[in-house]
Design a protein around this ligand. Structure first.
Ligand code: ASC
Length: 149
């Protein structure tokens, strides 16, 4: 990891930590995590369209999308506050009891988006395809375990 990336990573982790104490209402935490996941999903899907050949590969756009995904991937987890458990959402009950496993899944996604960002910076479609597939598997693993349909 380049020094600049390591710095960005620590800044992002610090801001994720700071976000935890900042929700005034449990509803705010739900809105925060859903918003972060929604924007991340939007940019991740744009990468997916390129990785899967549905739209032509544009290295510049891929790099921008991957940078957004990288930044956003650290944010949702602070919104899964214990106080928000009682609110209606797609979070399965297991999410709140298997916190270690859930955290490990979140960490895995963050690592996958670091790799995806690095791949997009190379400008190689093949590299993007490979990292996209790994990141998508990480999204899916958590959705299968912790998100109801
Ligand atoms: C996406 C998106 C997800 C993941 C997931 C991967 O594009 O919005 O949540 O990919 O479907 O299986």
């Amino acid at each position: 990891m380049k020094a600049s990336h390591a710095l960005m990573l620590s800044v992002a982790l610090l801001s994720a930590g700071a976000a935890q104490a900042q929700f005034q209402k449990p509803e705010d935490a739900v809105k925060y995590r859903q918003s972060a996941l929604s924007v991340m999903g939007t940019h991740f899907s744009r990468l997916g369209a390129m990785a899967n050949g549905k739209v032509p590969f544009d290295a510049q756009k891929a790099q921008e999308d991957a940078a957004v995904v990288l930044m956003l991937s650290r944010l949702p987890w602070a919104g899964f506050t214990p106080e928000s458990q009682k609110l209606d959402s797609k979070a399965k009950p297991e999410l709140w009891s298997e916190t270690g496993k859930f955290k490990a899944g979140a960490d895995k996604l963050v690592s996958a988006t670091v790799a995806l960002d690095a791949a997009a910076r190379t400008g190689s479609l093949d590299a993007v395809k490979k990292s996209f597939g790994e990141a998508a598997a990480s999204c899916k693993a958590c959705h299968d375990s912790y998100k109801s349909k």
